[in-house]
Design a protein around this ligand. Structure first.
Ligand code: BT5
Length: 328
């Protein structure tokens, strides 16, 4: 049996177990429903155990007694509803940076939608050489290979689109309002819950591929954050007091993002600007924008149709396509 078939069979098994802790089925019925021999069924139980799903047998009854929070191929496929994103999954216990691995895979021809995910990163990257704290078991650290037919100047729109899909995912799953902090953060209650690193391989007028990397803090407690991040970072757990299945959150994000991305490929970022503005942190506030060597102060007026940030300054309107914004 191929790995794909095994995953499919294990998925069916989980479904007939009720897909929740405490769910169960009679042993004989499971054999019948899966057309499996007792040996095959035992093998399947072992396989699920290795993926974090513990099935216990007693008195001819099988019960699901533990559901681990693994972010592996199986767990992601169990929840996956996207049609293009995540069709190819490379999952690792530990990686330097999922963006770096995704870049290498893209150079070797990895198809659109290839997902690279790691339980921990040892050299997680932010922008401009900054680092991203990516400890094991608590977060989602992943990258997507995208191959949109767009001009290089349109690529930054993908960061905003990703932030919008993240905010939407957090809202629909966690019932929690997440804001978009231009150009690449998601915040809850003013603290950073996710960061996005978009990297571009292009020629002068054509994109070869884009790597969209996402770090989303999911199950960290306050004390899991290092001293330097304690006051400015947060996680879904800190905000909601609920532990989340990371694979489920990831699959939901892929579905939301895919929906937006298919439209983005046709019409760019313009149709999303109103919605991004509606969810924008710092709208109307006085800020300091650092863009390269320039520092500009002004009030956040909104976004241009191409996703550039618009500031109202003393000398008129200012348009920024990149930079760092801080409240004054
Ligand atoms: C970002 O950079 O926010 C982009 C982060 C992207 C991370 C993902 S993880 C998967 C993929 N593989 C990678 O190697 N990277 C991507 P930037 O705007 O430069 O923000 C970086 C700053 O955020 C750091 O200097 C810290 O102050 C802060 N930071 C670091 N780790 C954090 C965390 N886990 N949660 C919140 N803030 C963090």
């Amino acid at each position: 049996m191929t790995k794909k078939d095994q995953i499919e069979l294990a998925n069916r098994f989980l479904t007939i177990l009720g897909d929740r802790i405490g769910g169960g089925i009679a042993l004989l019925e499971a054999e019948k429903k899966l057309s499996a021999t007792p040996t095959q069924l035992r093998h399947l139980i072992e396989l699920l155990g290795g993926w974090g799903y513990k099935v216990k047998e007693s008195d001819g009854q099988l019960n699901l007694v533990e559901v681990g929070d693994f972010v592996n191929d199986f767990a992601i496929r169990h929840y996956l509803a996207a049609k293009v994103l995540g069709q190819k999954i490379h999952s690792y216990q530990s990686l330097g940076s999922t963006n770096t691995t995704a870049w290498q895979l893209a150079e070797q021809g990895a198809p659109e939608g290839t997902l690279v995910v790691a339980d921990r990163q040892t050299a997680g990257r932010g922008r401009l050489g900054r680092s991203w704290h990516s400890p094991p078991r608590v977060g989602l650290w992943f990258s997507l290979v995208l191959r949109p037919e767009i001009a290089p100047a349109e690529a930054p729109g993908l960061s905003l689109l990703t932030a919008l899909a993240l905010a939407q995912t957090i809202q629909s799953r966690c019932r929690m309002e997440a804001k978009i902090k231009w150009p690449n953060d998601c915040q809850i209650a003013g603290k950073k819950v996710a960061g996005i690193l978009t990297e571009l391989s292009s020629e002068m007028d054509r994109v070869n591929f884009v790597i969209v990397g996402v770090g989303l803090n999911v199950n960290q407690t306050k004390s899991d954050f290092p001293a330097g991040l304690k006051t400015k970072a947060t996680s879904l757990f800190v905000e909601t007091k609920t532990k989340w299945q990371r694979a489920e959150v990831l699959a939901l994000f892929l579905k939301e993002f895919e929906h937006f991305y298919l439209q983005f490929k046709k019409s760019g970022i313009a149709p999303f600007i109103k919605e991004i503005e509606r969810r924008m942190a710092l709208l109307g506030q006085k800020v300091k924008l650092a863009a390269g060597k320039e520092v500009i102060t002004g009030k956040v007026a909104g976004l241009a149709p191409d996703g550039a940030l618009l500031l109202e300054t003393k000398t008129g309107s200012y348009r920024a396509i990149s930079g760092e914004v801080a409240v004054l």
